[in-house]
Design a protein around this ligand. Structure first.
Ligand code: IMP
Ligand code: MG
Length: 181
């Protein structure tokens, strides 16, 4: 780490730690109401969604499982290209199971569209999406997201699991990313 990394200040705060906690609690209540008795499998997309998942499951007083899917969307910098490669697959057989994808942010939705098609072929009992953030992106694919934490402007954000080139995942809030001068 260089001293400039340590001194770097992100841009405007989009969601404070308190606001995140309120949003996650609300999503937890909605998911609890819908999935009580259904033993859902929460499928988390690594790595950006991991902080969100860790908080979300502590708002779920109902039996559930978690599993992880690691995909690489051939991103460079702030643009996702759309082609997706499975780096690590699920360890759960999801046939007949109620699957809820837990995603950090829906931008173009290309990654999610690919994953939804891939998981649909495995015949889950149900397949839904919970996204902490949804960008008001003009490029967005028509994806049905059952649970949305917060709609945000079409800007690149970091913090609370979200990174820019693997940095800033550790921020307890979500902020607009500004390129250092
Ligand atoms: P999409 O395919 O364009 O919806 O975006 C795919 C992935 O790119 C998301 O799941 C994130 O991991 C990442 N991503 C998109 N927008 C942002 C952002 O603003 N900050 C950090 N990562 C992002
Ligand atoms: Mg992601």
């Amino acid at each position: 780490m260089t001293s400039s990394d340590r001194l770097y200040q992100p841009g405007d705060i989009i969601l404070s730690a308190d606001e995140i906690a309120r949003v996650v609690a609300r999503l937890g209540r909605e998911i609890t109401a819908d999935y009580d008795g259904k033993n859902p499998v929460l499928v988390n997309l690594l790595k950006g969604g991991v902080v969100f998942l860790a908080d979300l499951i502590r708002q779920l007083p109902i039996p559930h499982q978690i599993d992880f899917l690691s995909v690489s969307s051939y991103e460079n910098g702030t643009n996702s290209s759309g082609s997706v490669r499975i780096v690590e697959d699920l360890s759960t057989n999801i046939a007949g199971r109620n699957v809820l994808i837990v995603e950090d942010v829906l931008d173009t939705g290309r990654t999610l569209a690919y994953i939804l098609n891939m998981l649909e072929i495995r015949s889950p009992g149900s397949l839904e999406v919970c996204a902490l953030l949804r960008k008001k992106s003009p490029k967005q694919a028509g994806i049905r997201v059952k649970y949305v934490g917060k709609e945000i402007p079409d800007v690149f954000v970091v913090g609370y699991g979200l990174d820019f080139n693997e940095k800033f995942r550790n921020l307890p809030y979500i902020a607009k990313f500004v390129t250092p001068e």
